[in-house]
Design a protein around this ligand. Structure first.
Ligand code: SF4
Length: 158
């Protein structure tokens, strides 16, 4: 039999007060679903991050093949001017709220191909980039770190 002090302690340990916004931000952050979409060699590193060693699934990141089920776009690789309209269409079709991570120096600034007329070097003019993953090739661990930091920033959103 428990006395009233023990009961109050149990209640305090098991009841959390929050707002719906905070709950919604927490749920969004813990279920970021990236679109399965790769543009060039950075996509191999993105696949590596989804594999068993880094295992993005354990952070709630489950890759989806449909933009209508995804809320995270990882720009993994070189963005050509020919491909840009398709990327923007996919972004438009994604769930709201949605986030974009630019992965690799090609996605961020054109990288090796920055001098080419065929390559987009200013992706921030077209998409709201929430986070950059630097490097060529960028380490899959860095992608996981960027996603975790994005999750933390979503949780802290007011
Ligand atoms: S940043 Fe490097 S690894 Fe990534 S797409 Fe460009 S050339 Fe390939």
């Amino acid at each position: 039999m428990t006395n009233s002090t023990e009961s109050e302690g149990t209640v305090e340990r098991n009841i959390f007060l929050s707002t719906l916004d905070k709950l919604s931000n927490w749920a969004t952050a813990k279920s970021l679903w990236p679109l399965s979409c790769g543009l060039s060699c950075c996509a191999i590193e993105m696949m590596h991050a989804a594999g068993s060693r880094i295992d993005l699934d354990r952070f709630g990141c489950l890759f989806r093949t449909s933009p209508k089920q995804a809320d995270l776009m990882i720009i993994a690789g070189t963005v050509t001017k020919k491909m840009l309209p398709q990327i923007l269409t996919l972004y438009e079709q994604m769930l709201f709220p949605k986030y974009v991570v630019a992965m690799g120096s090609c996605a961020i600034s054109g990288g090796l191909y920055a001098e080419s007329d065929a390559v987009v070097t200013n992706i921030t003019d077209f998409l709201p980039i929430a986070s950059n993953v630097y490097g060529c090739p960028p380490a899959p661990e860095e992608l996981a770190k960027a996603i975790i930091e994005l999750q933390e920033s979503i949780v802290k959103k007011q």
